[in-house]
Design a protein around this ligand. Structure first.
Ligand code: UN1
Length: 513
């Protein structure tokens, strides 16, 4: 049996000593108990990473706050040059990092590579942006006065990320935060700690080669208790957190209580509306990739298909047939479409969802189940399932992080489909499949989708980095990645300069002495 080059990838990423129980690289501030990382691919121990104690955390914050004093004075385009070098390093290590992502998280190697590509893309975006951190200039109402606004760095940015995109979400945040002049403290998911150390090693190499303080890029490890160090810490003006709505509400409350800022990327419950005018072939590709890609563990995964009754059977049959083609197995083997889900707890959640949908009156049309036997020893491989359901079911309202797709029916016009689509608490991604201009535009209008992402003739997942990424309602309202998402990483200052020998007051107020 082949190890698919995992040993070599670990070595390339500076992780070869981890199995001896010591974490290497730049998380050397951490001294707490060891976090063991098991691969959902084969159930084997990949390595152990030290968690961060409160004392360790204080050292990290000292390093970060002092590094900020240096980093913030470096001109933004020169910070961009450092991010450019970081992007180049990622290009060099793309295969190794993509492989580790696949092995530690379980997504297909192709998707692992795609995730690293998102990191490279955001670096390129950030390099250009480093010369475009523009503010506006305004005309002062007072003669001989100039008024403008400028953006300054915030300080230490805390990043809490999830297991499902164990490297890209960090890069979306850091690449922007760095060119903005901030320093970052990152807590990756305790389910993918090796990915965290691998990224930290890559970044640390770049900062060291440029004689820059290591505190610009800090890694802390552990569960929610370690995250709490940051959410309670008044030295951290911004916490960017990706994960469940439950987690987001706790973090939001904590950070708001000290009037800090949050950028929240929380759960989705994404739907594709399939109208009578839909291209069925495109619908099937979009829906199946959306529902089973990353084994249904993207926040943008397609959870609901809202199909017009006139084409319901046709779409259903096509999707069911496509599910019949899916190959489930080792995600490092490029013949497979679907890898394992993250761990046995997630498997329980998947099984519970299937039981619940039946209990609520749903009908399973593509049978689920946990796979066992050769190649499935980790116990984390599940069959992508489809159930016919109703939007009012409690389980349909809930985001199950697994490959379970619900088919829902609508009749009449697209407004009825929109009522179903918008009739959930979450508001991340949405899509409509149609060749009808009126339907498409209605979907995008103010009366249309209430989500942060609304696509026409594309599925719900796989957004590009150039757009602002995020969603409304229970998804948390944050936007990261492209467009003007950089602004949240900076503080805005309005400046008015008087270059005369008079001191006229605004609003025409007279104050003669
Ligand atoms: C996530 O699942 O947290 O749009 C991020 C997508 C990816 C990002 C998903 N570009 O599916």
């Amino acid at each position: 049996t082949t190890d698919f080059g995992i040993k070599e990838a670990l070595a390339t990423l500076g992780l070869k000593d981890i199995n001896e129980g010591t974490s290497t690289g730049s998380d050397n501030f951490s001294n707490g108990e060891l976090i063991e990382s098991y691969s959902p691919v084969d159930g084997k121990l990949i390595g152990k990473v030290k968690s961060t104690t409160k004392e360790d955390y204080e050292k990290v914050m000292e390093a970060a706050t002092s590094a900020f004093k240096t980093w913030r004075t470096m001109p933004a385009p020169l910070r961009g040059e450092i991010v450019r070098q970081f992007g180049d390093k990622l290009r060099e290590k793309k295969e190794a990092l993509g492989k580790l992502v696949s092995y530690e998280m379980g997504k297909s190697y192709q998707e692992g590579l795609g995730e690293v590509q998102e990191m490279i893309d955001i670096c390129d975006f950030a390099v250009g942006l480093s010369r475009q951190l523009h503010g506006l200039t305004m005309h002062s109402e007072r003669p001989g006065h100039r008024m403008y606004e400028q953006y300054h760095p915030l300080g230490v940015v805390g990043i809490i990320s999830a297991f499902n995109f164990p490297v890209a979400v960090w890069a979306w945040n850091t690449a922007l935060a760095w060119i903005c002049g901030d320093v970052c403290v990152w807590k990756p998911s305790e389910k993918t700690p090796m990915c965290g150390v691998a990224c930290q090693n890559i970044a640390a190499e770049v900062f060291a080669a440029n004689d820059l303080p290591e505190g610009i890029c800090c890694l802390i490890n552990g569960d929610y208790r370690v995250g709490e160090f940051m959410s309670k810490d008044t030295r951290i003006p911004l916490i960017s957190a990706t994960g469940s709505t439950r987690m987001g509400k706790i973090v939001a409350k904590e950070v708001a209580g000290r009037l800090g800022k949050t950028l929240l990327e929380l759960g989705g419950n994404n739907a594709i509306i399939v109208t009578p005018d839909a291209d069925i072939k495109m619908t099937v590709i979009g829906a199946v990739f959306g529902a089973v890609g990353t084994a249904g563990q993207r926040c943008t995964s397609t959870r609901r298909l809202i199909i017009h009754d006139s084409i319901y059977d046709k779409v259903k049959d096509a999707v069911v047939a496509a599910y019949g083609q899916l190959r489930i197995g080792n995600p490092l083997d490029e013949n497979n479409h679907v890898g394992p889900i993250i761990d046995k707890d997630a498997v329980k959640g998947y099984e519970a969802a299937l039981e619940k949908v039946v209990a609520e009156g749903g009908k399973i049309i593509v049978e689920g189940g946990v796979l066992s036997g050769e190649g499935y020893e980790s116990g984390c491989y599940v069959k992508p399932a489809i159930a016919e359901a109703d939007n009012s079911f409690e389980i349909v309202q809930h985001e199950t992080f697994a490959p379970v797709l619900y088919l829902l029916k609508y009749s009449g016009d697209v407004t009825n489909a929109l009522d179903v689509q918008n009739g959930v608490a979450q508001g991340l991604s949405s899509a409509i499949m149609t060749n009808n201009l009126r339907e498409a535009e209605h979907f995008l209008s103010v009366q249309g989708s209430d989500c942060g992402i609304a696509n026409v003739n594309i599925g719900t997942s796989g957004a590009e980095i150039g757009g602002a990424f995020g969603g409304e309602k229970d998804t948390g309202g944050g936007r990261e990645s492209g467009s003007d998402a950089w602004k949240i990483y900076m503080r805005r200052q309005t400046n008015t300069i008087n270059y005369t020998t008079e001191l006229p007051l605004a609003q025409g107020i007279k104050f003669d002495l």
